[in-house]
Design a protein around this ligand. Structure first.
Ligand code: PLP
Length: 300
């Protein structure tokens, strides 16, 4: 299944700020693995799709907001790997469809809009059973691909990456971070930048994910997660909130290094890392910034 994806390149960048601080910066370009199923979303889909295939499901049903990178990637992967896909979208339909949903529909994804109150029930058996009554035998992947299969895929993100002391990434649910900690050693560290306001709640979620994963018997290269921490003050007001400072930062970054960043996830993390280095708070000598993709969202 992975054979259509390229291995992610690691790109060094020379920034004056980091050179002055004695910090070496590299970027893991998960955004370049595939034009459509790129970033961490591929890793979170991978074992979900293989379980669906093993169990002979022909239809995948999943959940997301109208700009969701996960909806986009699932629609693309469904088309490529021969699954019918259904996207349950939070909120009402807006015509014309935004570029994310236009793309999903073009891949053959069927969309179902549900109101925000019902959407909150997306993890309940009641709603899932109702959807199964409506659509028949569907393999359900949770929003964002955030389950133990998703975490299992994320363990592989850093499997070939050994030489860095600190790994930085943007966090939504923390599933990607949790997976990564299981492929590192105790001398390495993961720094997660929650893009939601009040991201401290993620600590408990990540600990729960780790406990559940290690209890599940699924394969893990190490049974003691590498140390990790959350940096919660670079959310810019919350999910998908953007200001001019962030926009300008992303534009300058692209101009200087030729690397595009998305405003929802990677832009905030890169901003945070550069800010911490400039202020002298990040002294680790070799940093790996994970570009988790999400660039399709910049069209919306
Ligand atoms: C979904 C997403 C994340 C967050 O992943 P989690 O596993 O939910 O923490 C980060 N970056 C991008 C680009 C994403 O699309």
């Amino acid at each position: 299944m992975s054979s259509i994806l390229l291995p992610p390149p690691i790109q060094k960048i020379n920034s004056e700020i980091s050179a002055n601080a004695g910090v070496k910066l590299s970027i893991l370009r998960l955004d370049l693995m595939h034009p459509e199923i790129n970033g961490n979303k591929w890793f979170k889909l991978k074992y979900n799709l293989s379980e669906a295939k093993e169990k002979n499901f022909s239809t995948i049903l999943t959940f997301g907001g109208a700009y969701s990178n996960h909806i986009y990637a699932t629609a693309a992967a469904g088309k490529i790997f021969g699954f019918r896909t259904i996207g349950v979208i939070r909120g009402e339909e807006n015509i014309p469809l935004n570029p994310t949903l236009q793309f999903a529909v073009a891949q053959g994804m069927q969309l179902l809009y549900i109101d925000r109150r019902t959407y909150k029930q997306r993890h309940t058996d009641e709603l899932k059973n109702q959807l199964k009554l409506q659509f028949g035998e569907v393999f359900i992947i949770p929003e964002g691909g955030c389950n133990l299969n998703g975490m299992r895929g994320c363990i592989e993100i850093l499997e070939t990456v050994k030489e860095f002391n600190t790994i930085c990434l943007a966090c939504g649910t923390g599933t990607t971070l949790a997976g990564m900690t299981l492929s590192l050693n105790q001398q390495q560290k993961v720094m997660g930048f929650p893009i939601l306001k009040g991201g401290d709640f993620l600590k408990e979620d990540i600990n729960n994910l780790l406990t559940n994963y290690l209890d599940s018997g699924l394969p893990a290269p190490v049974n003691c997660p590498a140390p990790w921490e959350l940096i919660c003050n670079y959310h810019f007001g919350g999910y998908a909130k953007v200001n001019n400072e962030l926009r300008l930062f992303c534009q300058n970054f692209q101009q200087e290094y030729g690397i595009p960043l998305d405003y929802v996830y990677t832009g905030k993390m890169f901003y945070g890392v550069m800010d911490l280095i400039a202020k002298g708070f990040l002294k680790s000598d070799s940093l790996l910034l994970v570009h988790t993709g999400g660039l399709q969202g910049n069209l919306g």
